[in-house]
Design a binder for this molecule. Structure first.
Ligand SMILES: [Zn+2]
Length: 309
């Protein structure tokens, strides 16, 4: 499963925000929301790996792309078969869900508090329309459906949602069986479809940015949930609280910088972010990490790779 860059950004940011920043609680909440969404997608993945498809099939989880007008699409799951295609919008919502179809209003009541949510039918239908348009351009004629999948079995669906494409996750195998009965003849070559969709796929940038001065500096201890700062001593980063000793922390901190700030880092920026005042140790560590060096004299910067070997 491809994690979105937005999720990675928020996850990394949560550990790097200063405790007294006013946005810290909102960022923590956003992280827990994204985590819940991810766990919903994982449940769906487990359910569908147990299901025997009646034809060849492929599922893209977290399918992201940009359409020809420059707008983005993010689909939680996209199922393709030679007979039909299904866009799945996974929701991990608790409480009782209500719908006012004439008004396109989707809401949830929990502990007597009513709250509106973005309409998942409109979201999924927008993806469906886009795919239909795209398939036509590829000269493929295949039915496209959408369904909203409720991953939280404790949630209650009100009667107002009957006859709308929403169901508890456990109903998905039966829903797919029904689509096979409805579309008994294959319409498209699945390999062709899969290849074209793979070409269309494009990882979206994070939906947030953060000013550099709002980030905590220092190499943070993973074992302490990134609360405590580690100090560099003779080739290791050492945590003064738990006593943990790590070489990996260097690489991990580079990746955090790459996610939150960007791939370019100068010696000065390195010393600030890693909280290593000594320019010689800094140069040594930059060389040790094997970062590509660019520019000359005062304009020297290093490139942080996407991954360290
Ligand atoms: Zn520690």
């Amino acid at each position: 499963m491809q994690q979105s860059r937005h999720y990675l950004f928020v996850k990394t940011l949560m550990y790097r925000m200063k405790m007294d920043d006013l946005d810290t609680p909102a960022i923590e909440q956003e992280f827990y929301r994204l985590e819940a969404g991810l766990s919903g997608e994982q449940k769906l993945k487990r359910l569908l790996s147990d299901y025997h498809f009646k034809s060849a099939s492929h599922i893209f989880y977290n399918f992201e792309c940009i359409n020809s007008k420059g707008f983005t699409h993010q689909m939680d799951a996209l199922l393709i078969t030679p007979h039909f295609v299904v866009v799945m919008e996974v929701k991990q919502i608790s409480g009782t869900l209500f719908y006012k179809p004439a008004l396109h209003e989707f809401s949830r009541v929990q502990e007597n508090v009513s709250e509106n949510f973005p309409n998942p039918f409109d979201q999924a239908y927008r993806h469906q329309l886009f795919l239909e348009h795209q398939f036509k351009a590829w000269q493929i004629s295949i039915p496209v459906h959408h369904i909203v999948v409720l991953a939280n079995h404790r949630a209650t669906l009100d009667h107002s949602l009957t006859n709308f494409p929403i169901m508890h996750m456990s109903g998905i195998p039966r829903f797919i069986e029904k689509l096979y009965r409805q579309h008994p003849n294959p319409r498209a070559n699945i390999t062709f479809l899969q290849n074209h969709l793979e070409q269309l796929y494009e990882q979206l940038p994070p939906r947030r940015t953060i000013e550099r001065h709002r980030l905590r500096n220092g190499v943070l201890c993973k074992a302490c949930d990134y609360v405590n700062e580690m100090h560099y001593r003779q080739g290791y980063f050492i945590c003064p609280v738990c006593g943990g000793k790590s070489k990996e922390a260097l690489y991990e901190t580079f990746l955090q910088y790459r996610i939150l700030v960007g791939p370019r880092i100068t010696n000065k920026e390195f010393r600030e972010f890693f909280n290593i005042p000594c320019i010689h140790i800094a140069s040594k560590l930059l060389a040790k990490a094997g970062l590509e060096k660019h520019g000359g004299n005062k304009g020297t910067y290093y490139l942080i790779p996407e991954k360290f070997e």
